[in-house]
Write a protein that binds this ligand. Sequence first.
Ligand code: NAD
Length: 425
Amino acid sequence: MTLVVPSMTPAPITPGRQALDSALHQLGQASDHLGLDDGLRLMLATPRRSLTVSVPVRRENGRLDVVQGFRVQHNVSRGPAKGGIRFHPSTDLDEVTALAMWMTWKCALVGIPYGGAKGGVAVAPDTLTTRELERLTRRYVNEILPLIGPEKDIPAPDVGTDEQTMAWIMDTFSVNAGYSVPGVVTGKPMALGGSLGRAGATSRGVQIVALAALGRSPEGVTVAVQGFGKVGALAAQYLSDSGCTVVAVSDVSGAVHASSGLDIADLRAWVAETGSVRGYRHADALDRDELFELDVDLLVPAALEGVITAGNAPRIQARLIVEGANGPTTPEADEILTDRGTMVVPDILANAGGVIVSYLEWVQNMQAYSWSAAEVEMRLRDLMQSAYGEVKSLAADRGLTLRQAAHVIGVGRVAEAHQMRGLYP
Ligand code: NAD
């Protein structure tokens, strides 16, 4: 049964609504498989708390702009809510709700004691100066202050935010508390209690599950990566370091292709200098969305939701898709890929490395102690590999796709927590 929840966003159908519909569809399938009753399904389909705020920002020229911000706590039955904050012009309440829901299943799937949350501000960060961005971040945090805290809800970076954003959030929260509270956010700079290994954690997790799913030596494996931001660029780097040949990458401005393989370190330096992959000298330019149709072994979407659709899925030639992004594949595309025998390692498993090391950062902050890079990486690897093993074996036992199996495990653990806690009052 597919669950239907009334939209908070009016028609027409927005990308955010599509993401929420996908998340509800996946929840519906897992609930059917688990035989959950209607009441519990409704509990799981609806966020516990959603906050919409107006964020006034004084621009450098004196003008006052007001943008919308959101924070959604989808579920807190297994622990504090956890999830990133996104700065993107098209983010809306539906998108943030979908992303929060995926966080809930992800944390349960990899066995960390968190619920799911997400935040967003509908703004294009590259149109603001650093000072404007700082004012916007601090005011947004002030608006969502009652919801967040190290025992309540812990933000982290996502699209359009980074460790500087996390530093401002930590500072704003701490100034309001009257003392330093490093555990209120993860993905912080090392100087403020960040964890070794956090910056590359999501990409490291993508690499770990991609190599496990390939089931063969990475030598000669060809790869295309969509999105060259925090997740995509380091995923490309780590896969290339493992021996794969990364033949194409894209970002919002375009794509580049080299059939003999891209020098990812050199390309990252180019992007650091110019701001985009476009114009990179040692590769051919490619139409941005043609990247999906290349004849490669592995495709890593690492940009935004809803990019693999019924429209392009029939032309995808990759044998394996590892979802670095959240929600890149629509349910219709998923069915097409399953019918064509394409293996898809789903987002809630493939990109869980970020929240795993966020959890490790938070544990270190709560203990006021730090671990070595080797210790963090060992724990990340253990959690990723054991979650991958569980998903793979459940899928094989029950004839499910990896996405269905991952949701059955994640949703099942959250449902069990609800059943054990009972309903108050
Ligand atoms: P980011 O802002 O650092 O990078 C996003 C990248 O996507 C940029 O290179 C941008 O140019 C590119 N992009 C945007 N639209 C595109 C398009 N149409 N075609 C090609 N490229 C496009 O964001 P990020 O943190 O790397 O996040 C990427 C994805 O990974 C998101 O779905 C996010 O939710 C997910 N994710 C991030 C983390 C994390 O730790 N940052 C963890 C788990 C999941």
